[in-house]
Design a protein around this ligand. Structure first.
Ligand code: FAD
Length: 512
């Protein structure tokens, strides 16, 4: 059975016990990637349960350093999460709701530790929103059974996707593996089930007794850093100014985007020099903003039109990749979605990989993008496609090395979207770019950064080039200046690299 079916089975098997659990002294909400009070379905349910029974709502967040290693999380992301937690704690405190934070060294201890905490608080009911990665689903299945054995119960709610996985099926009853018909079905489903866009109620104030009884829970400290995931001081200052944390900031950004930029999103979103996209991915990935709120706000507050439609269809990609993950969980195990792409002979050339990581490939658009990633912890979507194609095709390097590098550096790193994006660009994923469509980095550069402004911003060695030579300085007479400033010559010749990739992909598929 798939992990989601294992979780369903655990919920079914314990249904009777769970229904009979009486509310005791407290109800608990477990925050994971849903760090907000607004429109948080599991938090709303927990709050309602506590209010109906007249008991305290306790919320908790568990930091697991081992989890961060295993799932690969960038330090910039960890820092964002810790900052968001502080804001969340202060907001909850205004409602007399405690946020208990604890570091659990070993991830496999998490279910047992949760059960222990619940017992120590006299809590009967645990609520959480569902996460769809394999480890998380299996962990939750274990926790559901463990709590049921101890006379407690856990409710797991679909919240992170606008349309929960499993609700959209092709005419033949299967999961869609192609985005366009899936998106049509997603839109039709929302029209049929408008309740899916209903926002969760904010949590209500705890009874007065909460602070008296659970004072120690209110006092828990939020760590300022997590081992091996700490930002250097100078980076911390810059990145914190760049990415203010928390749900209020998310809402502010969303409102400003819907007011000022969504109208021309369809026309401008592909040009990395323009600030034309929402920059909301970190908030959607950490849950300081719900996808539901994003879609609903766009629909209600913007003037409508192509820009809004296109933006909603981009937010839907996030749902699409989570649906794919639930249906084909083996993609969590380092396997390509398409098994026939398992036999490609990849290059593991260390010098080429280092050049790509450092933004020193000699291809200005690729280098600008990789430096943007290193500097901001974020990269424009068009550039993510360009650098992913360049790594997997021009350099023929195993796409999984790029996928991992992205997770190590992205502030918005999200397994499903990242894996989906890499699968698309390396042509090994669900609904991918066909393998014989290989981006020409120079043409991409000329088309999407025509004036070279994006390159000039991120590659200071080339700032002095005012002409179109900026797209390939060594081939267009600007080599002397590039060389003088220490900018490298291209690490590979694109035409030859293209031929090599076509052969390698073809041979890999044929031998598969
Ligand atoms: P906007 O253009 O404003 O889009 C709004 C939101 O829609 C985004 O915040 C995001 O949540 C969602 N979205 C948009 N495009 C996509 C897409 N193609 N796939 C999935 N969701 C999308 N996105 C991540 O959130 N995390 C990742 O780890 C990630 N890795 C990627 C790796 C590769 C190789 C590629 C090609 C794409 C990846 N994306 C990832 C998708 C996309 O690049 C980012 O979501 C987007 O650039 C974020 O900027 P924005 O918030 O301004 O997006």
């Amino acid at each position: 059975p798939r992990p989601i079916e294992q979780l369903d089975a655990a919920l079914q098997d314990t249904l009777r016990e769970r229904e009979n659990v009486q509310v005791k002294d407290a109800v608990v909400h477990w925050f994971k990637t849903d760090l907000r009070t607004a429109d948080n379905h599991a938090l709303s349910c927990a709050s309602q349960k506590a209010r109906e029974a007249g008991v305290t709502l306790i919320t908790m967040y568990l930091v697991s350093p081992q989890d961060l290693e295993a799932h690969v999380v960038a330090p910039v992301r960890v820092d964002f999460v810790l900052r968001s937690l502080r804001i969340l704690r202060d907001d909850l405190a205004k409602l007399d709701i405690p946020l208990y934070v604890e570091t659990v060294e070993e991830r496999r201890q998490i279910p047992a530790r949760i059960a222990e905490l619940m017992e120590s608080w006299g809590a009967s009911h645990l609520y959480a929103n569902m996460e769809y990665e394999v480890d998380e689903l299996r962990r939750e299945a274990k926790l559901v059974r463990m709590l049921a054995e101890k006379g407690m119960c856990m409710e797991i709610i679909h919240d992170t996707c606008v349309v929960p996985p499993g609700q959209l099926r092709t005419g033949a009853g299967k999961q869609y593996a192609v985005y366009t018909p899936w998106f049509r079905s997603w839109m039709a489903h929302l029209r049929k089930e408008p309740g899916l866009l209903e926002l969760g109620e904010p949590p209500v104030r705890n009874p007065e007794s909460a602070r008296r009884t659970f004072g120690h829970v209110f006092d828990s400290e939020i760590p300022v850093a997590v081992s091996n995931k700490t930002l250097a001081d100078e980076d911390a200052v810059r990145l914190r100014a760049l990415w203010p944390a928390g749900e209020h900031e998310a809402k502010k950004r969303l409102d400003a985007f819907c007011k000022q930029r969504i109208g021309h999103y369809d026309r401008k979103r592909n040009f990395p020099a323009e600030a034309a996209t929402s920059s909301l991915s970190v908030h959607l990935a950490s849950g300081t903003l719900s996808a539901r709120t994003a879609v609903r706000t766009a629909r209600d507050r913007s003037a409508g039109g192509e820009g809004t439609q296109t933006w909603i269809s981009e937010v839907a990609w996030r749902d699409f990749y989570k649906h794919v993950l639930v249906n084909w969980p083996y993609i969590c195990m380092n396997k390509p979605f398409k098994p026939e792409y398992s036999n490609i002979t990849w290059s593991y050339d260390e010098a080429h990989f280092a050049a790509w990581c450092e933004g020193r490939t000699g291809y200005p658009i690729v280098d600008a993008a990789m430096r943007q990633l290193q500097d901001m912890g974020w990269m424009h979507n068009r550039c993510r496609m360009i650098v992913a194609s360049f790594l997997s095709k021009d350099l023929l390097i195993d796409w999984r090395m790029g996928e991992r590098f992205f997770m190590e550096h992205l502030i918005d790193g999200d397994f499903a979207s990242n894996n989906g994006g890499w699968g698309f660009s390396a042509s090994v994923g669900v609904d991918p770019q066909p393998y014989f469509r290989i981006f020409n980095p120079r043409l991409q550069s000329e088309k999407f950064d025509k004036d070279g402004d994006y390159i000039r911003k991120w590659v200071p060695e080339l700032r002095g080039i005012k002409s179109s030579a900026i797209h390939e300085p060594y081939a267009r007479g600007a080599g002397a200046l590039a060389k003088k400033n220490g900018y490298p010559e291209p690490v590979v010749d694109h035409s030859a690299a293209r031929e090599r990739a076509l052969t390698a992909y073809k041979e890999g598929i044929e031998s598969g």
